[in-house]
Design a protein around this ligand. Structure first.
Ligand code: RB5
Length: 148
């Protein structure tokens, strides 16, 4: 699968672990950095780059990491067609794909431990939208909200 990974300084070095995990599993990774957690940078910049990669279909899904995951999910979800799920558990991670057709997983590197974060990533990547009528109906309503 084509997957983008991006993180601000608060998300580093969890992004490096996520990339290693995904590459080992055979995925094609677009790495938006950061590779230096000592430089104070801005999560919206990563959210924008990664979200636009989703929009132009350069990647299928993305993993976006900041300190809490909150800023990343707020910023990325501003982009049309981007649904960014902040997850701290595996159930939300797979359900966000299966029911909500989310295309970005957000993680908080300062709140979620590395091993749990990697399990969350595996759950998100392995899941897909079920396409059931009730989920399509709800997704359509979400897309209507996006137009407001
Ligand atoms: C950076 O200090 C931090 O504010 C950012 O990574 C993120 O947690 C914002 O939601």
């Amino acid at each position: 699968m084509r997957i983008a990974v991006g993180a601000d300084h608060g998300g580093y070095p969890l992004n490096e672990r996520v990339i290693e995990e995904l590459r080992t599993a055979g995925h094609e990774i677009t790495d938006f950095g950061t590779h230096d957690g000592s430089i104070s940078d801005d999560y919206p910049d990563y959210a924008r780059e990664l979200g636009q990669a989703i929009q132009r279909n350069a990647v299928e899904i993305g993993i976006l990491i900041c300190g809490s995951g909150v800023g990343a999910s707020v910023a990325a979800s501003k982009l049309k067609g981007v649904r960014a799920a902040l997850c701290g558990d595996t159930y939300s991670a797979h359900q966000s794909r299966e029911h909500d057709d989310c295309n970005i997983l957000c993680l908080g590197a300062r709140v979620t431990g590395v091993e749990l974060a990697l399990e969350i990533v595996r759950a998100f990547v392995a899941a897909s939208f079920t396409g059931e009528e009730r989920h399509r109906r709800r997704l359509k309503k979400v897309l209507e909200i996006e137009k407001l």
